[in-house]
Write a protein that binds this ligand. Structure first.
Ligand code: NAD
Length: 464
């Protein structure tokens, strides 16, 4: 289904090359702990080569090309992603641990949709509301996390390319393979050399991209902690910056909500992608009068979730992406118990090898508990209750983050009332975790700033 090479080089200037100093790292399958491949580890010299190549491609080719020509390349990438969708889905599930049902039905189609959508913008930038002839910025340095490896690459590359910028992208160290397959797709699409460069490595490689003087724009998705470091590194340099960081979203269920749909929304909100989702509905706020009933139904539904082999089409919950992430989830869950919340998981046999964590719900959680404040980034739900809409808003906003929220109620006026008061970049009503390339996504406060997707997302890649 997919051929994984024993070794991968860095994708610079349209070719795969080893790192200048020959260093490599291993990427493993988190469901089995088996090694998948060795990948080049880019040092500062490699980052410099990649940025120079992107700068040359920007000046000589990409920024001069008419938008309608750029669009052809971006459409080609989108179509190739669709053609090779099965290959991408299997590779993503192997490297990341996510269920194939999700990589097949969500990650890959959405990644293709981002390229299609932005291809449409490439020759219409004059109508985007940023002036008659908005100009691109130059080289975009882009650093992404491991939870949606290909999709995050698409979120970064597609708008940058449509706007006429060239890119140096770094995937996360635990999930480099789908970005490298995307590099192959760029070759297949005959994208001019240097327009997209993919450099692999860990935090130091990312820091070298951020610090490079020829990078005009930094786009980062990842943890709030690293986002703060990047903000400091970029301060005063004149580089444009967007940060998409963590979250601790409230999924709010009122007593008039359609109970079965709400329970599906709660499950999707926290167990989709093992909860490795920045906008996960990790705090369930449920109206007190229906709390017992909702939690009861939720537990019944959780007992039907199948955990196991990510490549099995019936799997609902796959592997945790890394041992480090598993340790974090374990530590925070232990703190929930120690602080007095009630812990429950359905009976669930965990495979012997690999990184696994059973879907877990905590009841009796108070706002001061760590599991109500810290981002766990795993399949762990904290349940809190409220009595009035005002109390729901106060509790939902009681977080340093502000990325997303969900509201479940049959009353339309209440949805609008809540949406006006919730301090979150995205508010879903009677649904959760819905994404569309036309819809801007991003946060407030410690969830970062800037928007990705839609007309707003283009702004970050243009002189406006
Ligand atoms: P992370 O911040 O540790 O790593 C993210 C990326 O940054 C990786 O590629 C990593 O190698 C790189 N990096 C690490 N240190 C760096 C440095 N000093 N300079 C430059 N790059 C550096 O985060 P993670 O653990 O990989 O991802 C999980 C986090 O990402 C969660 O907090 C989650 O909420 C957040 N996230 C946010 C969004 C969003 O859109 N808001 C989307 C997905 C994930």
């Amino acid at each position: 289904m997919v051929r994984i090479a024993p070794r991968y080089g860095l994708f610079i200037d349209g070719e795969f090359k080893p790192a200048a100093d020959g260093r490599v790292f291993t990427t493993v399958n988190p469901a089995s702990e088996e090694s998948l491949s060795e990948v080049a580890l880019a040092g500062p010299a490699d980052v410099d080569r990649a940025v120079s190549s992107a700068r040359t491609a920007f000046e000589r080719v990409w920024s001069r090309m008419p938008g309608s020509e750029r669009a052809k390349y971006i459409y080609r990438i989108a179509r190739l992603l669709q053609e090779r969708a099965r290959e991408f889905a299997v590779l993503e599930s192997l490297d990341n641990g996510k269920p194939i049902r999700e990589s097949r039905d969500v990650d890959i189609p959405l990644a293709a949709a981002h390229f299609f959508y932005h291809a449409g913008w490439a020759d219409k930038l004059s109508y985007a509301g940023f002036g008659a002839a908005p100009r691109p910025l130059g080289v975009a340095g882009q650093v992404i996390p491991w939870n949606f490896p290909l999709l995050m690459a698409a979120w970064k590359l597609a708008p940058a390319l449509a706007a006429g910028n060239t890119c140096v992208l770094k995937p996360a160290e635990t999930t480099p393979l789908s970005a490298l397959l995307l590099a192959e797709v760029c070759q297949q699409a005959d994208l001019p050399p240097g327009v997209v460069n993919i450099v692999t490595g860990a935090g130091e490689t990312g820091a070298a991209i951020v610090a490079h003087p020829s990078v005009a724009k930094v786009a980062f998705t990842g943890s709030t902690e690293v986002g703060k470091q990047i903000r400091e590194a970029v301060a005063g340099t004149g580089k444009k910056l967007t940060l998409e960081l963590g979250g601790k979203a409230a999924n709010i269920v009122f007593d008039d909500a359609a109970a079965d749909q709400a329970v599906e929304g709660i499950v999707n909100g926290i167990f989709f992608n093992q909860g490795h989702v920045c906008c996960a509905g990790s705090r369930l706020l449920v109206q007190e009068s229906v709390a017992g009933q909702v939690v009861e139904r939720l537990k019944r539904r959780m007992a039907t979730l199948r955990l196991g082999d990510p490549l099995d089409k019936n799997t609902d919950v796959g592997a945790i992406n890394s041992r480090q992430q598993l340790d974090r989830i374990r530590e925070l869950s232990a703190s929930g118990e120690a602080e007095g919340a009630g812990r429950w998981s359905p009976p669930c046999d965990l495979p012997e090898r690999g990184f696994w964590f059973a879907p877990t719900v905590f009841t009796g959680v108070s706002q001061s508990h760590r599991i109500a404040r810290d981002e766990i980034f795993g399949p762990v739900l904290s349940v809190l209750t409220f009595r009035t809409p005002e109390e729901a808003v106060t509790k939902a906003n009681n977080t340093p983050y502000g990325l997303s929220a969900g509201v479940w109620t049959e009353k339309g006026s209440r949805i609008l009332w809540m949406a006006q008061r919730l301090r979150a970049g995205v508010v879903w009503a009677n649904t959760y975790n819905r994404f569309d390339p036309a819809s801007p996504f991003g946060g407030y406060r410690e969830s970062g700033f800037g928007r990705e997707g839609g007309r707003h997302g283009l702004e970050a890649y243009l002189h406006v």
